[in-house]
Design a protein around this ligand. Structure first.
Ligand SMILES: *[C@@H]1O[C@H](CO)[C@@H](O)[C@H](O)[C@H]1NC(C)=O
Length: 612
């Protein structure tokens, strides 16, 4: 109502222009044309009352140029009903195009006219290319169908993928929509394509796919790409929107124009003013919405002039997808740490591809995301996924002094009251070549304490190569200790992880209390350390259940592509039930990570005062 009032005000302001050549009645006539024909009458609610109420408006403006007036009125309408398709124009010379008198033109001649507007080609890679500017209606299709079948359809039908170029499709007949859609869908079941409400007749008609067609259907299994531009208009947009939402076509190019399923240009009385008004609207049965006004958004947005190349690239990628997924499945079966799960994932991945779930993938990124999602769903392992191949960083060129500094900042040590040691580090590395420096600058600060807190709450893992060595400091040298049995899938062997007999620096030994702090972020190699220390009864774990990561995964290239998989290839001993991978390690004393250090200190103080 409010909008309608503004609209009316903008109309009536001009209806009282004193020295104009046209009668004020013209403006009221225009408003009436809009009210009687506009496809969404609910947007105009209250207009009629507003016209009556506003008829006494006496404000005077001095626009004497009718073309300017038409522009101002168009603007006013745009601002009130937010529909830029409605236009007021002043066109003294306008002659409405008479519909061609079809019965008089022989089919051969008609076909020649149509051929002139269609371009048909078979591109490299057996890709059909069909450029359409006008979508012909039912009557025409029946008349020239057999000729067009010969000239167009038989050429592109045997291709293995098709590109429909609608970048300059700007006109067409409503009755042609079911024809085009039906060539790219199955004969059964019938598909409800669109509902069209016609304001003039106040009737909604439903468009359905056609059970029988002249010639063969292209069907649903071969890729279909539709190219669009910002000029793609009207009936063509309806076809694009329909095939997009049926998930039958991938739309590549620009957002379409946002026209109307049916738009009329209506003469205002016997003046030279015209009101262009959408008289029908489309309601898509899948989305409940329409492409009108806002246009159809492409699936892959590229400039119109680049759309053909982009489409060809998509078709090429899709042809490679089954082979790539098969190669990924084989990598998982051959390398994934848990062989029976790996076999199962590989088999099911093949079934997912066969079911068509990969058919609409358009980019390498989408393929990676889908592959990762499927690997997670089928394995339950968040470590098994597609990954980007990060090239190994060149070794840092550090002076010995810089290296010592780096070690010092990577480890935090402290000695609390009652000679309680504290050691924190946030990443495991290959500590072997740094053992001397770590012993001297880090370890010596805490090795003589009576109890030790190892803080792994921020430790995200890293290399497991130093795990055996690090564990060994907490045992004595007189016993051979098996820390873990680690299974390696590529070699299909299980090896013992043994405590070391020779260590750099002094041992903490097996007698003094050790507490390990954990959080939900504690992952990978850090979990392996916690797992061993907990299972051997060597440490009390305080904090949160750990992340449930994996042994360090390896990166594998999928076929010859630049897609890579990150695959865990080893797992810890599962002889006594599942280990930590995927599930994490539950602490002995669960407390929020923030409170873990205070809890640990309190326990050790108590322990200390108990001893004294
Ligand atoms: C792995 O080795 C075992 C014997 O240790 C054998 O039974 C099994 O078939 C092997 N698995 C694979 C995938 O080679």
């Amino acid at each position: 109502m409010a909008q309608a009032l503004v609209l009316l005000a903008s109309l009536l302001i001009f209806s009282n222009v004193a020295h104009c050549d046209f009668s004020p009645k013209v403006i009221v006539d225009m408003a009436k044309i809009l009210m009687d024909n506009y496809c969404s009458p609910e947007k105009l609610a209250g207009m009629e009352e507003a016209i009556d109420a506003g008829s006494s408006n006496t404000e005077i403006l001095s626009i004497s140029d009718p073309a300017t007036l038409a522009n101002v009125l168009t603007d006013g309408v745009k601002k009130t009903i937010f529909d830029s398709r409605v236009q007021v124009t002043y066109e003294p010379g306008f002659v409405p195009a008479a519909p061609p008198a079809m019965p008089d033109i022989p089919p051969e001649q008609l076909a020649e006219i149509i051929k002139g507007t269609v371009k048909v080609e078979v591109l490299d890679g057996n890709i059909g290319y069909l450029k359409i500017q006008h979508i012909i209606g039912e009557e025409m299709a029946q008349k020239v169908g057999p000729i067009l079948l010969d000239y167009i359809w038989d050429k592109v039908f045997p291709t293995s993928a098709m590109i429909l170029d609608f970048r300059s499709a700007v006109s067409g007949e409503l009755s042609g929509i079911p024809y085009i859609v039906s060539y790219y869908t199955d004969s059964e079941p019938p598909i409800h394509i669109d509902s069209v409400y016609d304001r003039t007749s106040d009737v909604t008609i439903e468009l359905w796919s056609m059970p029988t067609l002249l010639g063969k259907r292209y069907g649903t299994s071969k890729p279909l790409i539709i190219l669009t531009s910002k000029n793609t208009l009207g009936i063509a947009e309806d076809v694009v929107y329909c095939l997009k939402n049926l998930k039958r076509a991938t739309i590549v190019g620009e957002n379409t124009a946002g026209g109307s399923i049916k738009i009329n240009k209506i003469k205002v009385g016997d003046t030279d003013f015209y009101v262009t008004v959408p008289v029908a609207k489309s309601i898509n049965p899948i989305t409940g919405k329409s492409w009108e006004i806002n246009g159809v958004a492409p699936n892959v947005e590229v400039a119109a002039e680049d759309a053909l190349d982009a489409a060809i690239a998509i078709i090429k990628l899709r042809a490679e997808i089954p082979g790539l997924v098969q190669a990924a499945a084989t990598l998982v079966a051959d390398n994934y740490a848990f062989p029976s799960i790996g076999d199962d994932v590989a088999e099911k991945l093949g079934a997912v591809v066969a079911s068509g779930e990969y058919n609409l993938i358009s980019t390498k990124e989408e393929l990676e995301a889908k592959l990762s999602a499927d690997l997670l769903k089928l394995s339950g392992d968040k470590c098994l996924k597609a990954t980007s191949n990060i090239p190994a960083r060149p070794p840092m060129n550090l002076t010995p002094e810089m290296f010592i500094e780096l070690i010092k900042v990577s480890f935090h040590t402290d000695v609390f009251e009652n000679n309680i040691g504290y050691l924190r580090f946030d990443m495991f590395g290959d500590f072997e070549h740094a053992a001397k420096i770590i012993a001297e600058h880090v370890w010596n600060k805490v090795v003589d304490t009576d109890m030790l807190i190892i803080d792994l709450r921020n430790n995200v893992g890293g290399s497991t190569s130093s795990i055996a060595g690090f564990c060994s400091y907490f045992f004595d040298s007189d016993k051979q200790i098996v820390l873990d049995h680690v299974y390696n899938r590529p070699s299909n062997t299980t090896s013992d992880l043994l405590a070391l007999t020779q260590l750099t620096g002094r041992r903490y030994g097996s007698k003094k209390s050790v507490i390990i702090l954990t959080s939900g972020a504690t992952a990978g190699a850090a979990e392996e350390f916690v797992f061993i220390m907990k299972r051997l009864g060597r440490a009390m774990i305080i904090g949160e259940t750990t992340r449930g990561g994996c042994h360090p995964p390896e990166t594998f290239r999928v076929g010859e592509s630049d897609i890579f998989l990150s695959i865990p290839i080893s797992h810890s001993d599962t002889a006594q039930g599942p280990s930590w991978e995927g599930a994490g390690i539950a602490p002995h004393i669960p407390v929020p990570a923030d409170a873990a250090l205070d809890t640990a200190k309190a326990i050790l103080y108590k322990h200390f005062s108990g001893q004294n």
